[in-house]
Design a protein around this ligand. Sequence first.
Ligand code: MLT
Length: 406
Amino acid sequence: MIKVNEHFLKLQSSYLFSEIARRVNAYQADNPDMSVIRLGIGDATQPLCPACLDAFHAAVDEMGREATFRGYGPEQGYEFLREKIARYDYGERGVEISPGEIFISDGAKCDTGNFQEIFAVDIKVAIPDPVYPVYLDTNVMAGRTGSFDNGRYGDVVYMDCTADNGFLPDIPDEPVDLVYLCFPNNPTGAVPTREYLARWVDYARENRAVILYDAAYEAFIRDDAIPRTIYEINGAKEVAIEFRSFSKTAGFTGTRCAFCVVPEDCVAYDSAGNSHHLHDLWNRRQATKFNGVSYPVQRAAEAVYSPDGRKQTREMIDRYMANADRITAAMDELGFSYTGGKNSPYVWVDVGTDSWEFFDTLLTKAGVVCTPGGGFGKCGNRYVRFSAFNNYKNVDEAMNRMAGIF
Ligand code: MLT
């Protein structure tokens, strides 16, 4: 008899963004004349910039000629893109990462979800609350979390992120092996200081733990004092894997391209205490399960680093950040306290009431979609997240509508 992986049965209802889409679609079907404004999922709305588009077209044309056609590419990504990332995202910031330590992929969601596969099932995992649900759900699927009781999985070490700790997870009292951190944070928009990150790196080195560091929103950092990569911290290359994405940086949510950095120095241990390089294990995993990102998409991503691409993507991010400014100004006027929106496209708002109720009120009274904080964890129950990914006109209209009902 075929049997299911029973760990899947421990997952809570549907994936957060699928549930939001279900509710919005039902509302729209009942109210076809209402123009719904979506500030829920962080999905890019601005088109690919001209530099990326030109490179994309040229690469598609190459695929149409026998002399320049390309079949299977390297599972780790083409050297031309890995080299640019190493040079511009790291080298220019004084961080030495070699192209060989970079793995190109089709998304930070896939990478942050898949990376846990190379660790043992019986490790202790520390996960922030609230959190991007992928980190938690993929550990549930892998059988690391225990059962779900009273709103939490028994074997997970939750790190509460509240106004009291500035939404920065505290180092847990009990020993942990794998730590998920995300900065600028999704969903709270919180950002770390160097000293704060250094405490985590020291902890991981002392405890032979590994940090999975999701920096998918790094491009939204405007304050120079905030670290852009965890590798700005001494010793981080021994203990941290970093995830980045072109999704939000350059509007690639539909085009798909991301990468992770797995430094040569980063190790984990077998049950006899022997160390193993995560780079080798991840390389083995990717070569087995992943076919790489398409050649034209990698050429389009490479164009992000050209002089025009850098200028154009910067302008794109500035436009989203003008939306974030409009959202935070509205929250100030309405008297809601919030975090984020300064170095992040997300604004995390304390609505002081059940987040799904607030979501439903905002949708049905104003036709505006936010993301209920409860979907990111227990600590998000009285918060909602507004995303700056839309155009200014819509964001302005959404904030005006909101002012009309609160
Ligand atoms: C979000 O809204 O949290 C993100 O768009 C989700 C994702 O990037 O997968």
